[in-house]
Design a protein around this ligand. Structure first.
Ligand SMILES: Cc1cc2nc3c(=O)[nH]c(=O)nc-3n(C[C@H](O)[C@H](O)[C@H](O)COP(=O)(O)OP(=O)(O)OC[C@H]3O[C@@H](n4cnc5c(N)ncnc54)[C@H](O)[C@@H]3O)c2cc1C
Ligand code: FES
Length: 286
């Protein structure tokens, strides 16, 4: 481990590494959506599906704080990591303008990832429905990659929704893993006309005991997916939240959500260390 890779919060975050990588590639992935690939061997080695990483441009003071992003792909052999992001503000705008060779500061992997949907090292259900809206498909590639390698392999479905065709990314990475991909757009310009919730309804999962929904996307979409899963006979539903964060490592309490404890009472949980994946049936949605 080099000085740059040292774990600064060993006690609370046994896996945490920090480093400054170098941008290898930066290219558009869909309208207002970019992919950045950078060197981070220690991160590529440690990351598990659903983990996120904090990124910061060390040559800039604005934004001063890092921003959280799901790790989309990681290649241990080359030590490279990919993040895909939607341009929404200061950091993502600046990130979309960087050239190969630019330094990129990172710390991670962070969060518990998709571990809550697993029993042992396998998913807790035979059929996995990954429900993604907008940029919310990013935490699913590593999950699909892990499950596609299992024997016996679970059934893997990606139900993807976006506003319009130009916002739909290339989902061939998922198809190449054998994932059944279905797309819906609000305006019907690609795939079915409708929402991710509509795609889920069409799967006819009423009363299914062997299915599980894992969702990521904007909060209204997550809520709609959860309501659909509930209406199908309480199909298990887990959501990966994109709550805005400051520190990303449990220090500032800026990312709390209300979550039902085992005693049935609501309490606060930090999305960065207790999540970002939560049981949708225990989240407070209003
Ligand atoms: C665990 C986790 C994983 C994430 N993974 C991804 C990913 O893979 N790809 C991706 O594009 N984004 C992801 N996000 C969201 C990403 O962190 C924000 O889009 C990013 O911080 C915006 O930074 P900015 O400086 O560009 O925008 P800012 O200038 O900080 O904000 C611009 C506008 O966007 C709003 N905003 C900022 N953050 C969020 C948010 N989290 N949710 C809703 N509105 C927000 C602000 O209120 C403001 O209106 C993730 C967030 C979390 C918590
Ligand atoms: S972002 Fe600081 S505690 Fe979660």
């Amino acid at each position: 481990m080099t000085a740059a890779d040292k774990n600064v919060f060993e006690g609370e975050h046994p896996r945490l590494k920090t480093g400054t990588g170098s941008v290898v590639a930066s290219r558009p992935a869909a309208e207002s959506t970019w992919l950045v690939e950078f060197t981070a061997p220690a991160l590529a080695e440690a990351v598990e599906p659903g983990h996120f990483v904090m990124l910061r441009l060390p040559e800039l003071y604005s934004p001063l704080l890092g921003r959280p992003f799901a790790v989309y792909r990681a290649d241990r052999a080359s030590g490279r990591v990919q993040v895909i992001y939607l341009v929404v503000g200061n950091m993502t705008e600046r990130l979309s303008q960087i050239a190969p060779g630019t330094p990129l500061e990172w710390w991670g992997p962070l969060g518990r990832g998709w571990a809550p949907i697993e029993e042992g090292d396998r998913p807790a259900a035979r059929r996995i429905y990954m429900a993604a809206g907008g940029i919310g498909y990013t935490p699913f590639y590593l999950l699909a990659e892990k499950y596609a390698a299992l024997e016996p392999k679970p059934e893997l479905h990606l139900l993807y929704g976006a506003r319009t065709k130009s916002r739909v990314p290339n989902l061939d990475d998922f198809r190449a893993l054998g994932v059944d991909v279905k797309v819906a757009t609000d305006d019907g310009s690609l795939g079915a006309k409708g929402t991710v919730g509509d795609l889920l309804k069409a799967e006819r999962l009423e009363g299914a005991k062997d299915a599980l929904v894992a969702a990521c996307g904007p909060r209204p979409m997550l809520f709609a997916v959860f309501e659909t899963a509930k209406s199908l006979g309480n199909v298990p539903c887990w959501t990966s939240l994109e709550t805005p964060m400051s520190c990303g490592m449990g220090l500032c309490f800026g990312c709390v959500v209300e979550y039902m404890g085992k005693d049935g009472k609501f309490d606060y949980r930090r999305t960065c260390v207790d999540g970002p994946v939560f049981d949708a049936y225990r989240l407070k949605w209003d």
